[in-house]
Design a protein around this ligand. Structure first.
Ligand SMILES: *Cc1c(COP(=O)(O)O)cnc(C)c1O
Length: 431
């Protein structure tokens, strides 16, 4: 694989952009090597500036459920662009996308559009704090909710501790209002509520975490959180920025007996344009300015290009049963990967939910952040680079989730499995 041009541009990039990238994972730091610089994408494939082509399982980290440059989305954006790119005034398209989102997510009565998942969770926390008059937030270790101060905290392994900043620059006072608990640990969560229940504004989680790799909740865990938050008067906040429209058409929350107070969405909702949203029960959402006193605003929020893309994509997803179709293709792929791993005797835990999956290189069950961290990262690196060299672009980290799109058909799956033959063989030979 020739990456001459990418190598050159990456070197230039590092002079003008920190680490050469605008979001850290893109730098390939955890797997090594030069990240291909992308020139374009069509359907299931991306093309780099050296002319290499790849079947793409990153899909912009989730948004592209319909694949790259789907004509329905592209046309909607073009049409909208001809009428201007932003007004700073209300449009009917915002109402249309809001109604569509509420149709997918019955737990939400009202929704506010923002520009990124980070903004959605940041606003959701402010809302929970405003509504309850409390300051503390509970989050789970290994769940990612964006990069704002309150949630950039993961704390020590195992123990329930006071938040310690995960990044320099996060004030200890802010991190101190974030209490972290291991995922799937009911006893630890209950202990936090028994000790500090009256201070807790809300519990935020990815109901089916995808940011430590894909880890399912234990049976009853989400229901337990819901009953505990109710008992203590805290809000139950589901961050479905990744899992919305991916775990299932109605997000992860449609798969369990839960009814969150606030839900955060992003990624698929904008079909690759910068859109995210937070919403929930009417009584709570009425706190948001200008209906209520909690301030939150955005110059480009509800942007007409982004609304057009979201409306086109969500209508297409609804009308064509896209989630179920992509899910069945994903299941064929993960079934195939498991068979090949078994054939070469490579121990893996393959988790799949809807159109998301992770191949964990571990011989033990992965149920939380600690067990995810116990994976064989050297094996992952070999797997990753062999797949890349054979034209399959995977997320460059063991702790990211892979995504499949409607454009991934039998031909792409077959090519991917052919690459996986080589990749698992290479892993087995290195042992
Ligand atoms: C991606 C993601 C975010 C952050 O969204 P950005 O648009 O990157 O700010 C928040 N929560 C979850 C669960 C995510 O997967």
């Amino acid at each position: 694989m020739n990456l001459e041009k990418s190598t050159q541009v990456f070197a230039e990039a590092k002079e003008v952009i920190p680490g050469g990238v605008n979001s850290p994972v893109r730098s390939f730091r955890s797997v090594g090597g030069v990240p291909p610089f992308i020139d374009g994408g069509k359907a299931a494939k991306i093309y780099d500036i050296d002319g290499n082509e790849y079947i793409d399982y990153v899909l912009s980290y989730g948004p592209l459920l319909l694949g790259h440059a789907h004509p329905v989305v592209t046309e909607a954006i073009q049409k909208a662009a001809e009428k201007g790119t932003s007004y700073g005034a209300p449009t009917a398209a915002e109402v249309e996308l809001a109604k569509l989102v509420l149709k997918f997510m019955p737990s939400m009565d009202m929704v506010r559009m923002v520009n990124s998942g980070t903004e959605a969770t940041m606003s959701a926390l402010r809302l929970a704090r405003a509504y309850t008059g409390r300051d503390c937030i509970v989050k789970f270790i290994g769940c990612y909710h964006g990069h704002h101060d309150s949630l950039l905290v993961k704390a020590g392994s195992g123990a329930v501790t006071l938040g310690v900043p995960d990044s320099p620059g996060v004030p200890a006072a802010v991190a101190g209002t974030t209490i972290t608990v291991p995922f799937n640990d009911e006893a630890a969560l209950e202990k936090v509520f028994v000790e500090r229940g009256s201070e807790i504004a809300g519990v935020i989680l990815e109901p089916t975490p995808g940011n430590m790799g894909l880890v399912p909740p234990k049976e009853g865990f989400l229901e337990f959180i819901q009953s505990l938050t109710k008992k203590y008067g805290a809000l139950f906040i589901c961050d479905e920025v990744m899992s919305g429209f991916r775990a299932a058409q109605g997000g992860s929350q449609s798969l369990f007996d839960i009814d969150p107070d606030i839900t955060c969405l992003g990624k698929v909702i904008g079909a690759g344009l910068p859109v995210a949203a937070y919403g929930g029960k009417k009584e709570i959402m009425q706190m948001v300015s200008p209906a209520g006193p909690m301030y939150q605003a955005g110059t480009l929020s509800g942007n007409p290009l982004a609304m057009a893309a979201g409306i086109a994509a969500l209508n297409y997803i609804l009308d064509n049963d896209v989630c179920a179709r992509v899910e069945s293709m994903t299941a064929i792929l993960t079934g195939g990967l498991q068979k090949i791993a078994d054939k070469y005797g490579v121990p893996v835990q393959i988790h799949r939910l809807g159109s998301m999956f992770t191949v964990f290189f571990s011989d033990k069950p992965v149920t939380d952040f600690d067990s995810a961290c116990a994976c064989d990262l050297e094996a992952f690196k070999i797997y990753f680079h062999t797949m890349l060299e054979n034209g399959v672009y995977l997320p460059p980290s063991q702790f990211e989730t892979n995504f499949v799109s409607l454009a991934h058909g039998p031909e792409e799956i077959e090519k991917t499995l052919a690459a996986a033959e080589k990749a698992f063989k290479a892993v087995a030979e290195k042992k």
